[in-house]
Ligand binder design. Structure first.
Ligand code: GLN
Ligand code: ZN
Length: 763
């Protein structure tokens, strides 16, 4: 009998109950026992949902008050000294202090800034980075997992606790204070894992899932070697252990993963289907193989027939040793499609969220175990119908888009003249001073702006009144920028809720859910738009706003767009065509917008690619291909303009070392980047590469309301000038200002302009 299981369920709740409870608790509107009750209710609901879906083993330990890595840090006693209680055990407030930081004393510790937040592999989930000190000790310090196991057992569930493995935990942490190899901590950490496994065994647990997703990365030899050592030690525990890998193929770690002294291995066959036969070959005869065939990273209904081809083969080979699962934890997809009451029936029939995905896993196991059952037959025929309707639907496949794609030639991704010629014409046209000043696009999104947008959406504000309200915001933003003396102005993005959603809503081929929330970090959730069909732009998207803004000033007004790679990375993509094909469709739509802006007299157009770096595949092997199509997509959207039209791009949080040649290949006339927090260190890569085009390194951090001093900005600019020649240097903040208030924005920009002027005088 094949077993159906899951690697983890979203914790946030179908109505984002956890988010609401956390925020109420932080505001003091809900007490700790109230918060704990919400957690308990969510866990109970989620186990019940998964059980009813038909899973054999339910995960426990996938719930977290903020983040699963943070829970593990508490469990191991990895608590930075600034938050460590002087006496007694850590509390829930210790956990939130680590996650959110505290000014002043808190919960027995002295307080301080939060731990660093970083993306979880190539997802949009962010985890709290463990901080290790040279004298780091580990001791079992947090009993949440055992309590939740008891809770599940008391409810009569058959559960499999989920742990992050010791190597993945250490890999994802950071050494603080002194410089040493965090792998050296392994021997100190392993006894705590031993203790945890013993306690789980004593609670009556049979199977434990140990996540080691780093097995899908390029690992240094020392880390590979450590795997065997670690799992040999953990072998002493009588519990059956399944090592779970996901987000990619095992590749050179396949032999290592297959031969670890554990009882089961989970592999991701959605991201890396090609590894299936190789794993089957290498798997020892005693071991359980869990096949992740239902995509835990996307919202599409599984093609059951296709999945069954592999599963039937696996069942014949493995018998009892076959387990079936989603590819990874369902943390990364929305909770329940049943909640979507406004999607039309056809679109809805193509989708599956976490609850539905659990059902798919259970059905697949049933199809292996009892292929003749009526329920299985019905499900398979329904799945076949859905796949066919998608393959043929004219809502998905559009001849016009296909024809345009087929007509793309390399010259379409090539500006007419080389940069050196273009920039001369642009300088003649724009007549900007040395060290031109600008901003990244958005100005403060005040409550009034949000209210107007909401009222318009709800039909409480007429189109004309809404337009007037937004135009008033534009006039205000322009007036402030003129008063401050900025050189290149922006319209301020008041009409945009989000840099991706705003454009997605105006493109054909996108759908929107009402409740498709996915946790990003802590209480923060995102609701990505879904690309379901060929993408096209029925009409101009920004020309009216930007044109209006340009009419208010004689200074150059910068057009503001989101680039194709970022549109793709921050949406749920299609699975029936490759990501590069979707990027190309987006590029053509944006290209039309770029050209329309040019025709409307806009001389500078910025195309944001905030997610360019994060799209980089986890494995070196796959990076080159990604960079090629990502660069191509950017060039395709930006190359349809005349030489004297200046193309900008903007990227934040980016590390450029590995990708600087791709950045140069994008050939934007100007790139603005985030650099202030790294003290211009990022520019080292630009200098080493002899990056030829113009650069605007961010001169202050927009994430805090702090107003930078003129001297500070000046010092940063001088540092920047050591890397980038003065005549190619722009002056701007790190990113958009939408999260700031007007007073600090004006003060900071006034200082920025003053610094640029001082520097000009010194030339
Ligand atoms: N133009 C956008 C803004 O200013 C850029 C946002 C971003 O890079 N994340 O808000
Ligand atoms: Zn940015």
């Amino acid at each position: 009998m094949a077993i159906a299981h899951s690697l983890g369920f979203p914790r946030i709740g179908r109505d984002r109950e956890l988010k609401k409870a956390l925020e109420a608790y932080w505001k003091g509107e809900l007490d700790e026992s109230g918060l704990r009750q919400v957690g308990r209710d969510l866990r109970a609901t989620h186990w019940q949902l998964q059980k009813e879906a038909g899973l054999d083993w339910l995960p426990v330990g996938d719930f977290a008050w903020y983040d699963q890595m943070l829970t593990h840090s508490l469990m191991f006693g990895v608590i930075p000294s600034r938050f460590r209680p002087a006496t007694g055990e850590p509390t829930l407030d210790t956990l939130f202090a680590m996650a959110r930081g505290v000014s002043g004393q808190c919960c027995g510790g002295q307080g301080g800034p939060a731990s660093e937040l970083t993306k979880w592999f190539d997802t949009n989930y962010h985890y709290l980075v463990p901080e290790f000190s040279a004298d780091q000790q580990f001791s079992l310090s947090w009993t949440q997992l055992f309590e939740e196991v008891d809770e599940a057992l008391a409810l009569g569930h058959k559960v499999k606790p989920v742990l992050i493995g010791p190597l993945t935990y250490l890999w994802l942490g950071k050494v603080k204070g002194s410089d040493f190899d965090r792998l050296e901590l392994l021997d100190r950490l392993l006894p705590v894992y031993g203790e945890i496994l013993d306690r789980l065994a004593a609670q009556g647990i049979e199977w434990v899932q140990i996540d080691e997703p780093i097995l899908a990365l390029d690992l240094p030899q020392a880390w590979k070697n450590a795997f065997e050592r670690a799992y040999n030690l953990l072998q002493r525990s009588p519990l059956q252990k399944m090592v779970a890998t996901y987000f990619g193929g095992l590749e050179d770690n396949l032999g290592l993963a297959a031969s670890l002294p554990v009882d089961g291995l989970h592999v991701d066959l959605v991201r890396a289907p090609e590894q299936y036969p190789l794993i089957l070959d290498r798997l020892p005869a005693y071991k359980v193989l869990s096949l992740g065939v239902v995509n835990g990273r996307n919202v599409w209904r599984c093609d059951l027939d296709k999945a069954l081809q592999t599963l039937r083969h696996a069942a014949a080979r493995l018998g009892e040793r076959l387990w079936i699962a989603p590819s990874c934890s369902l943390l990364h997809c929305p909770v329940d499609l049943g909640r979507e009451d406004q999607l039309d029936a056809e679109l809805k029939s193509w989708l599956a969220f976490a609850v539905q995905k659990c059902r798919e896993v259970a059905l697949l196991a049933q199809a292996v175990n009892a292929p003749e059952s009526a329920e299985v037959q019905a499900a398979l025929s329904e799945s076949g119908k859905v796949q066919n309707s998608r393959k043929q639907s004219p809502r998905i496949h559009k001849a016009q888009v296909q024809e345009r794609l087929a007509a793309i030639r390399s010259r379409h991704a090539q500006r007419a003249a080389v940069f050196a010629e273009r920039i001369t014409r642009q300088h003649e046209r724009l007549k900007l001073p040395l060290f031109p000043t600008t901003t990244i696009g958005s100005f403060p999104q005040t409550p009034a702006i949000r209210q107007a947008r909401q009222a318009f959406r709800q039909g409480k504000l007429s189109g004309a009144d809404y337009q007037e309200a937004m135009q008033a915001e534009i006039r205000h933003a322009v007036a402030v920028q003129e008063k401050l003396g900025l050189d290149v102005l922006v319209h301020g993005e008041a009409e945009r809720n989000d840099m991706v959603e705003y454009f997605a809503e105006q493109l054909d081929g996108y759908l929107f859910t009402r409740f498709g929330w996915v946790q990003s970090y802590g209480s923060r959730c995102v609701k990505p738009a879904v690309i379901y069909g060929d993408l096209s732009r029925p009409r101009p998207m920004t020309v009216d706003w930007i044109g209006y803004a340009q009419q208010q000033t004689n200074k150059p007004m910068k057009g503001m767009l989101t680039g194709p790679v970022t549109m793709l990375m921050w949406s749920f993509p299609r699975e029936d065509i490759a990501p590069e094909a979707q990027a190309r469709q987006l590029a053509l739509a944006i290209r039309d917008e770029v050209q329309d802006l040019e025709t409307a007299g806009i001389g500078i157009i910025q195309i944001d690619e905030a997610a360019f770096r994060e799209g980089l595949p986890l494995r070196k092997l796959n990076q080159k291909a990604y960079l090629e199509w990502a660069v191509e997509a950017f060039r395709l959207c930006s190359s349809g303009v005349r030489d004297e039209t200046q193309i900008h791009t903007h990227m934040c949080y980016s590390e450029f070392n590995e990708i600087i040649d791709a950045i140069a290949a994008m050939d934007a006339d100007v790139i603005t980047i985030e650099t202030s927090r790294s003290q211009m260190e990022l520019l080292e890569a630009f200098r080493a590469f002899a990056y030829p085009n113009e650069v605007g390194p961010g001169v202050y951090d927009i994430h805090s309301p702090r107003v930078p001093e003129v001297g500070e900005i000046l010092a940063l600019l001088k540092k920047a000038a050591e890397h980038i020649p003065a005549e190619r240097l722009w002056v701007n903040p790190d990113c958009g200002l939408k999260t700031r208030g007007w007073p600090e924005t004006e003060a900071a920009l006034a200082n920025m302009v003053a610094a640029a002027r001082t520097l000009r005088e010194q030339q």
